[in-house]
Design a protein around this ligand. Structure first.
Ligand code: ATP
Length: 448
């Protein structure tokens, strides 16, 4: 028996499954980590590189539809679009397998599993992932690269401010519309700080349910509630020595604002179900796309919490207010995706440049990035033309007359939800019952 190179993460809330799968896989792969709490997935996937993630489809919240597995799959692919995920389920059927593969999973294994089958699926997945990585080694940057482009005067001002404060421990609040680069800027600040050797732990507060809020942020002890089978550290403890990035902070309810404020004031957390106070050592960066001053003025956001988190306030301007960055960003994404997809295209046509510069980019850099990615895939020649980037949507006009079309209906519902929520992604995702990542992927698919 030989040990294959490969780093595997197993996520399953059934400890027996974890133990048995790990025992089997450990005999064949160099490293096998396991985690029983799916809420840890974003942290693990952001901070460690796994060749394959073996993901349970059915966690305690919902025992058979696999919905939770699909949501976690979406999240993983949002953090790392190149991740290789194999889904694991006791309730699987062919239909679910097909949906899983369509949603981006590499494979599907049924529980109870046959050792040979699980092993074969994992070996293939590891090999596929390693081939993908070798291709990438030609120099292509990750989908969500860490390069921050910003030569415009507006961005230079932002970068100058963060350059001055990154090395201090000051709390920073980043304000900006969806897709302006708040997450990227938070990582940039962390990378410039004295805490850079320690983790940055992102927490999407818009995606955490009220019931999980406290246990997620502050941790819990065994027996604190029905599913608390072990002691677990919260995100504040995980970020020890590093940075905690509280994204979508404008979304939390007033009672939780009070709890967060107490933790930030006392710099102590108490795990749910315990009365022991644990000191925390973190740098706090928060972000929101909401008008937080207005929320504070109307009583929806506590003024004292706002004072606590916005020692330094950084406004990330929308792309339409830094038009000088549009072409450098477009060129950067062009280079990144031509390598990723191995396409011949290398130039932006002059007319396209003018159109890119004049467009309003309501979805900001994320919209530009998706538009260029799609165009690179579609473009046949060496020069990207306006028609490659500004594709007219055909979904409703061409297909509806053939009768009901599921894709058209989905597209229309998403468009309506976005309109109703004034383009706010978090609110629209909630209305539609989707994760933000899933909504982004569909917006990209339907060119919305
Ligand atoms: N200045 C930049 N240079 C290069 N890439 C950028 C820049 N700003 C943003 N991006 C890219 O654009 C995409 C969106 O950025 P990011 O996720 O940081 O935005 P955000 O403001 O946090 O969005 P949201 O509010 O929707 O969560 C990411 O893929 C990011 O890497």
């Amino acid at each position: 028996m030989s040990i294959q190179q490969g780093k595997i993460l197993i996520v399953d809330d059934d400890v027996d499954v974890l133990r048995a799968a790990r025992l089997l896989l450990k005999r064949h792969f160099a490293q096998v980590d396991f985690e029983k709490n799916p809420q840890k997935i974003p942290y693990l996937v952001s901070n460690f590189e796994y060749d394959v993630i073996l993901l349970d489809m059915n966690f305690t919240r919902d025992l058979s539809s696999g919905k939770e597995g699909f949501e976690w799959l979406d999240k993983i692919l949002d953090i790392n679009p190149k991740a290789t995920v194999v889904l694991f389920t006791a309730y699987g059927d062919v239909e679910m397998a097909v949906r899983a593969i369509k949603a981006g999973a590499a494979d599907f294994v049924l529980k109870p599993w046959e050792n040979d089958k699980l092993l074969a699926a994992m070996q293939t997945a590891v090999a596929t992932n390693q081939a993908k990585q070798e291709k990438k080694a030609g120099g292509a940057t990750l989908h969500t690269g860490n390069v921050l482009i910003g030569d415009s005067p507006a961005m230079q001002e932002v970068l100058e401010t963060v350059g001055r404060v990154a090395g201090t421990d000051a709390n920073i609040l980043i304000l900006g519309e969806n897709g302006t680069g708040k997450d990227l800027l938070a990582r940039h600040i962390h990378a410039l700080s004295m805490r850079k050797e320690k983790p940055i732990v992102p927490v999407d507060l818009g995606a955490i349910s009220e019931t999980l809020f406290e246990s997620e942020l502050f941790g819990h002890v065994k027996g604190a509630f029905t599913d608390a089978r072990d002691d677990r550290a919260g995100r504040f403890e995980e970020a020890a020595g590093g940075t905690i990035f509280l994204d979508e902070i404008g979304n939390i309810s007033v009672p939780f604002q009070a709890k967060l404020l107490t933790v930030l004031q006392n710099r102590l957390v108490t795990r749910v179900g315990s009365n022991k106070q644990i000191p925390i050592d973190v740098r706090l960066i928060s972000a929101t796309n909401k008008n937080i001053q207005q929320l504070a003025a109307s009583g929806q956001f506590r003024q004292d919490l706002l004072y606590r988190i916005n020692t330094i306030e950084v406004h990330l301007p929308p792309l339409r207010e830094r038009r000088e960055d549009i072409v450098p960003l477009a060129e950067y994404f062009l280079g990144m995706y031509r390598k990723k997809y191995n396409r011949p295209v290398a130039f932006l046509h002059e007319t396209l440049i003018t159109q890119l510069e004049n467009y309003e980019w309501p979805g900001n850099i994320r919209e530009l990035q998706h538009a260029i990615e799609r165009a690179v895939i579609l473009c046949q020649g060496k020069t990207l033309m306006p028609k490659d980037v500004f594709v007219k949507s055909t979904a409703s006009s061409e297909k509806l007359d053939t009768g009901f079309n599921l894709e058209d209906m989905e597209r229309n519902m998403i468009a309506q939800a976005l309109k109703q929520c004034n383009g706010n992604i978090t609110d629209a995702a909630r209305e539609l019952g989707l994760s933000r990542a899933a909504l982004y992927r569909r917006m990209e698919k339907y060119n919305l």
